[in-house]
Structures are given as C-alpha cells and as structure tokens.
Design a protein around this ligand. Structure first.
Ligand SMILES: [Zn+2]
Length: 309
C-alpha cells in the first residue's frame, strides 16, 4: 500500500475531549490503523483543517463514495485552503457570501449550484455582470464553495430528509423501508398545511385539494424531484397528499388536478424548493460541529428568493 494521504490532522493531546469517528469508513484506513499513533477507533480530528480534508471527511461516510460524475465539486477556492470557519446553506448567494466574510469564515458548503445551472458551467456566463461580480467576490476573499448535493442525499439516511423530519418533529414517522412515505396521525389538509408553514417558517404555500380532506398517508419529496418521479411515486403509493419542494406546473399539478377530477382523494402541497431543503443545511452544520469541535460552524439560511403578495 502506498503512503496514506491522511484525511485529517490528529491531535493526540486533546484525545480526552475527543469525538468518536468511524475510522472504518475513512480512505486509507488500513494504513492508518497500522500506525502506532492511531491504535484505537476513538481518536479525533482537530483544527486546523483544510477544505479538502473537510470534504473528504464527509465523503468518507457516504456508502459507495466517491460518486462518479458528481456535481459536488468545488465552485470556488481550492482544497488546500486552511479553514477559518464554515458556513452551511442552501445557496451560496451573494448575501450569504457577504455574511460569510463578515463572520471571518472562508468555506461555504452549499446544497445547490452557485452559478445558476446544475453543472455550474460558467463559460456561457463569462461576460455576465452578475456572474463576474460573484466570482470576483469569492476570489478576492479567497473563499471556497463546495456543493454538497449528491453526497448529502446519498449518506444513509439522507441528510436533507433527516434535517427536514427533525424540523417538522416527524422523525418518529421515518420508515427506512419506504423513506418517502409516512403514516401520520389523521389530520385535515388544512391542519397539515398549517403545521408545515409554522415549522418551516413559510408564509404561504401553494396547494391543490379540499382543505377538509383527511390526510394520513403522506408522500414527502423535498427538493425538485421532477414531474416523472413525483407522478410515478403518487401512482405507486396512492398517498392522501404529496408534499414536495418544487414542481413543474405543467406536469405534477396537472396530474393531481386530473386525479381529483377522476374522483381520487389526492392533494398536493408545494412548499418551495428552498424551504423544503434548507433543513439539510442545518443537518450539515450539526454534523460538522460534532466532527470539528475546534472550527466555528454557522448555518446561514439562504431564505426564499421569491415573495408573495
Ligand atoms: Zn436536494
């Protein structure tokens, strides 16, 4: 075996206030375990760390990692930047970047793209003033941005889903055998919407259905799964309601409207993409705080981009 590329720095002096880390999943584990310095599984990693080390730390926990063709790449900065503080968020908006600078942090872990398309391709934006301002802001302050999308959804259980369930006080309804389906105590559609708005700090939601309709079997699909996946899941599971982040209006909403016209009891609640997945960034912040007690970790919600009148 070649020399291990140590994923993180180890601080033996502080081993009493260590955190437990599962070495068995860390790359280079055999070499690490053979080292006389690290002979047990409860050593820990402390500051300073680099951007690359933090990325590897999370990725090492994901079954089947590394993922090929992932969109989870660095959008700004480099792996060798020494981390002064980490911000987790849904979107590395210009506002979030400014707040990161004000905090003295230099590593943003965002769930969604930085540059307005899934692959974060930037050639088409080369002459765009908004893109150039944002890219320059990141460069000037030497800030790294890592998208953690595929990995946080692939950790088991899905970190975004668990963050959302925690915020909704629905952790007890999670079923590992059918992760999107939940059996809630019977409630009305109107009460269900009220709960979602209150727990997720949403001012208004869009919905289809009779507010008095009984809702018990829920299909919960945060984010933007796409019309085909949403419709296939409804077709298979026959839920009382689909709760999702984002829809294509001309796909999912039209299916639900037709299902209702046919006489089926199927409702739709559209939370908004950001509201439905921002709890995943809270999950990420909590995860990092446990693993990196010496680093300041802050969750900055990117909040909804759209307003309602
Ligand atoms: Zn997502």
């Amino acid at each position: 075996m070649s020399t291990p590329n140590y994923p993180f720095r180890l601080n033996q002096d502080q081993s009493r206030r260590k955190f437990i880390y599962n070495f068995t999943k860390v790359a280079g584990v055999a070499a690490l375990m053979a080292s006389p310095v690290i002979s047990h599984a409860d050593s820990f990693f402390a500051a300073p760390v680099t951007v690359g080390e933090v990325m590897d730390m999370f990725i090492s926990q994901v079954p089947g990692a590394p993922i090929s063709n992932t969109v989870d790449t660095l959008k700004a900065g480099s792996r060798d930047i020494q981390v002064t503080g980490i911000v987790t968020t849904m979107f590395a908006t210009i506002e979030v970047i400014r707040k990161t600078i004000a905090l003295g942090a230099n590593f943003i872990i965002a769930h969604e793209p930085t540059f307005y398309n899934h692959q974060d391709e930037t050639a088409w934006l080369a002459n765009d003033d908004v893109y150039r301002y944002k890219a320059e802001l990141l460069k000037q302050h030497n800030i790294a941005v890592w998208r953690n999308h595929d990995y946080i959804h692939s950790i088991n259980p899905d970190g975004v889903r668990m963050g959302l369930l925690k915020q909704l006080d629905w952790e007890g309804y999670y079923n590992p055998a059918a992760t999107s389906v939940m059996m809630l105590p019977a409630t009305t559609l109107s009460s269900l919407i009220g709960h979602l708005k209150q727990k997720l700090f949403i001012d208004k939601v869009r919905y289809i259905g009779d507010p008095k309709q009984n809702c018990q079997k829920i299909l919960l699909m945060p984010g933007a799964s796409g019309g085909t996946r949403q419709i296939q899941a409804m077709s298979k599971e026959k839920p009382d309601a689909l709760i999702c982040g984002e829809i294509q209006e001309w796909e999912t909403a039209e299916y639900v409207r037709d299902a209702q016209a046919k006489g089926e009891k199927l409702s739709l609640i559209v939370l908004g993409h950001i509201a439905s997945e921002e709890p995943g960034s809270e999950f990420m912040a909590t995860w990092l705080k446990e693993k990196l007690p010496g680093i300041k970790i802050t969750h900055i919600p990117s909040n909804n981009s759209l307003s309602f009148l």
